[in-house]
Every structure is written in structure tokens, then in C-alpha cells.
Design a protein around this ligand. Structure first.
Ligand SMILES: [Ca+2]
Ligand SMILES: [Ca+2]
Length: 184
């Protein structure tokens, strides 16, 4: 069982979610985006906060009923777009969202498994918080080329209790759509 200690930073992100989803200025260094309850599974994506800090990009996703059981099959991919001049995402943070799974930050040449490339050599981490039903990813800016701005596209998926998973995919907004750019 993984234990997560809530930091004051995590709490401030929660507070930030409210603030930025109400204001959302174009030049924000943090944004919050909401998604409806729409897939009838615990991994159902409800909001994403992107916080572009001096040293790290922190992405926090909140879900309907995130649970530790492997039977949930809950997993996700956060695509990071760091270069406006090159179409599509340059990196993808992939991870399992149930207890005992792993995660990895990869180079990518676009959306979809077949385009995923080598692991990124740099500092990053993912924490699961079942009490808050949140997944928090911290990525060193240096690990992703110290971009001036980033935006993300988020895809989560799960498995039903009968083992099937057809249709249990939830994108933030439209499939393969990005958030607004978030400047540092
Ligand atoms: Ca949703
Ligand atoms: Ca790009």
C-alpha cells in the first residue's frame, strides 16, 4: 500500500483549482480544466490542473472514484506539448493508477502507443492519492527541454469488473485536444 502524505503544495493546488477555473487568464502560469462525469468508472476524469513552476511542471488529475485495486485497470497518459513549431506532443507521461503499478516519462512523436519512444533521462515522479482521488505528476522542466510554455492532452482508461474495457476511455475534453498554453 502506497502512502501519500499530503503536502501544503497539494492543498494549495486544490485551492488553486477553484481560483483558476473561475478566472483562467490567458497568461496564467497555472490552469484548471474540468471534465464531466461521463464514463461510469472510477477513473472518470473530472479535472486537470497544470502548474508551470520555476523548476517543475506539476500536473494534477482528479477522478470520480480512484481506487487501489488492480481490477480497476485504471491508467492514464498525459501528453505534453512543449514546442509550438512542431505539431503534436513531444512527451508523454504514462502510468497505472492502481496500487503497485509503475510510471514512465517517454519521448513521443504524436498520439498513440506506436509513436511512443525512448524514456526521458531526467527527474520526474508520480504520486497516487486515493483519499483525494488524485494523481499528481511532477516533471522537472529541465527533463523536457526547459520549455517557455506547455499544454497537455489527457487520456485515462479503465477495466470493468468483468474484465472488458470497451469504451472505458476518457479524454480531457475532445479526444487528442490540448489545454491552453501555460507559460512559466
Ligand atoms: Ca470525465
Ligand atoms: Ca509540439
Amino acid at each position: 500500500m502506497r502512502t501519500t502524505i499530503l503536502s501544503s503544495a497539494a492543498l494549495s493546488v486544490a485551492a488553486l483549482t477553484l481560483t483558476v477555473s473561475q478566472l483562467a487568464p490567458a497568461s496564467a502560469n497555472a490552469i484548471g480544466v474540468e471534465d464531466p462525469a461521463d464514463i461510469g468508472h472510477g477513473v472518470d476524469l473530472r479535472s486537470v490542473v497544470v502548474d508551470h513552476r520555476a523548476d517543475n511542471v506539476v500536473v494534477t488529475t482528479t477522478h470520480t472514484n480512484l481506487r487501489p485495486s488492480f481490477r480497476t485497470g485504471s491508467a492514464g497518459a498525459v501528453y505534453l506539448d512543449t514546442d509550438e513549431s512542431a505539431a503534436g506532443p513531444e512527451y508523454v507521461f504514462v502510468g497505472g493508477y492502481f496500487d503497485g503499478t509503475d510510471y514512465q516519462l517517454l519521448h513521443t512523436d504524436g498520439f498513440g502507443h506506436s509513436l511512443w519512444g525512448a524514456p526521458v533521462d531526467g527527474s520526474y515522479r508520480m504520486r497516487l492519492d486515493y483519499a483525494k482521488e488524485q494523481v499528481r505528476m511532477r516533471i522537472s522542466r529541465e527533463a523536457i527541454g526547459s520549455p517557455e510554455q506547455v499544454r497537455v492532452a489527457v487520456r485515462v482508461s479503465g477495466t470493468r469488473s468483468d474484465g472488458t474495457s470497451t469504451g472505458l476511455v476518457d479524454w480531457l475534453g475532445e479526444p487528442r485536444s490540448f489545454t491552453e498554453w501555460v507559460a512559466q
